[in-house]
Design a protein around this ligand. Structure first.
Ligand SMILES: [Zn+2]
Length: 204
């Protein structure tokens, strides 16, 4: 069987999420090997640690299909970027997805810290710093809901900046980077960005 392309993988992921939203528990292998001793996940998800948003489940994917990297508010640090680089270079991953979500308590706390200057939770300092930089670049946010989307796009930009193998694969057309936002209320994802590309000045 020929490999699914990144756009085909994204389409299958969105189908999988619709199944999840309808309570259908069927899982898609997304073209990954059915042999459980092999590890070639075609999709990587960089997502929040939020217990309501388990990536493979909400995207209707089977064991073996999705390589997962999760931190509260999905900020990008060196281990996250290195983990994605490992998936891209050694495991054949072709589609990277930033999986943000509504009602993100981590982003809410970081945004509150950013807007009030009162640290609600010092453990979130790396996220607050990352969000602050993203808000600066985006020209600010009007609400927590808005900040969640800014944070999602910020994660995608930081992945490109910090993961050279992702950046090169995007430039070469060998991979795709998408940004989705999940709603715990509807159980559906919204596509915020179908394909994020490196900025022009970073392409050479
Ligand atoms: Zn969250």
């Amino acid at each position: 069987m020929s490999q699914l392309t990144a756009p085909e993988l994204l389409e299958r992921i969105l189908d999988g999420n619709r199944r999840w939203s309808e309570g259908n528990t069927e899982r898609d292998l997304l073209g990954a090997p059915s042999n459980p001793l092999e590890h070639q996940p075609p999709v990587a998800v960089i997502g929040c640690s939020d217990a309501r948003v388990p990536p493979a489940a909400v995207l209707g994917a089977a064991a073996g299909a999705i390589f997962t990297l999760r931190l509260p508010g999905h900020y990008v640090d060196i281990p996250v970027a290195a983990g994605l680089g490992f998936a891209m270079t050694s495991l054949g991953t072709r589609l990277a997805i930033v999986l943000a979500h509504e009602d993100c308590r981590a982003v809410d706390a970081a945004y509150t810290e950013y807007t009030t200057g009162v640290p609600p939770n010092l453990a979130l300092a790396p996220l607050t710093g990352s969000l602050a930089a993203g808000l600066y670049r985006a020209g600010g946010a009007t609400s927590v809901t808005d900040a969640i989307d800014v944070n999602a796009r910020n994660t995608a930009e930081n992945l490109i900046a910090q993961c050279p193998s992702l950046r090169q694969a995007l430039i070469d057309g060998d991979a795709q980077l998408a940004v989705l936002r999940y709603s715990p209320a509807t159980r559906l994802v919204t596509v915020l960005e179908e394909s994020v590309m490196p900025p022009r000045d970073a392409t050479h």
